[in-house]
Design a protein around this ligand. Structure first.
Ligand SMILES: [Fe+2]
Length: 239
């Protein structure tokens, strides 16, 4: 399985605070059957892309050194670097290609939670015009999209994809049903952990998929996983 959204890189954002916590999260990913991971620390335009990339590289180096010291056999992941890019009008002045998942045209995009940006459609069109496919991170968090499939469909038609958090599914409540509805409408394409720590948003693949299996057919769950694998391998799943 592939986890396309997590905050496991140590001491770079509000995710894993150090190498120890990062390794604990990686162990959990391995235990739950994840074999491919994209590290997606938060990026916002308060720092330059170059500075972000330096910080991200340093964090990865710290993690790799810690893993090396542990000589831990459990880690046989394929990994890529990415970012969870916070929406801003300023994105047009940024080299977004550098923030895509390594070697792919996929960009994880976080939108404002409460209020839809007035130029959202225009921004999606702009990003797609660059040859980049924006993946809307945890789409269930945006009130203006989760309750408005028509609006979400419009963004998908413009070339975006969308991702839901497994942590929003496992409670098996109204939100789960809204996510299920959007998966069935092909308006959610992948699920991911958005793991931050063992307590705050843990790795929850197994339980999340278990809850999903109570609502949707096995082939649809398989499709969600295949989509994540394809995105990792830079295959266009929009067709
Ligand atoms: Fe996130």
């Amino acid at each position: 399985m592939t986890d396309l959204h997590c905050h496991i890189l140590p001491a770079i954002d509000d995710g894993a605070m150090d190498e120890k916590e990062a390794i604990a999260l990686l162990k959990e990913e391995a235990k739950q059957g994840v074999t491919q991971i994209v590290f997606t620390p938060h990026f916002n335009d308060s720092i330059s892309v170059d500075d972000f990339i330096t910080l991200r590289q340093n964090s990865l180096k710290r993690l790799n050194e810690a893993i090396e010291n542990k000589k831990n056999e459990e880690f046989s992941f394929r990994t890529k670097l990415g970012a969870e890019v916070h929406y801003s009008e300023n994105l047009k002045n940024i080299d977004l290609a550098q923030l895509c998942f390594t070697g792919t045209c996929y960009l994880l995009l976080e939108l404002p939670f409460e209020k839809e940006p007035s130029d959202l459609e225009e921004m999606i069109e702009y990003i797609v015009s660059l040859g980049i496919i924006p993946i809307l991170a945890h789409v269930e968090r945006y009130s203006y999209l989760i309750d408005n499939p028509r609006k979400l469909k419009k963004l998908i038609k413009l070339g975006a994809l969308s991702q839901a958090n497994l942590g929003a599914i496992w409670r098996n409540d109204d939100l789960t049903l809204k996510i299920v509805k959007l998966i069935n409408m092909k308006l959610i394409h992948v699920v991911a952990t958005d793991a931050h720590s063992k307590v705050k948003r843990p790795v929850n693949f197994l339980w999340g998929l278990h809850v999903l299996s109570q609502h949707i057919k096995p082939q649809k769950i398989k499709k969600l996983q295949e989509n994540a694998d394809k995105i990792f391998n830079n295959i266009d799943i929009r067709i």
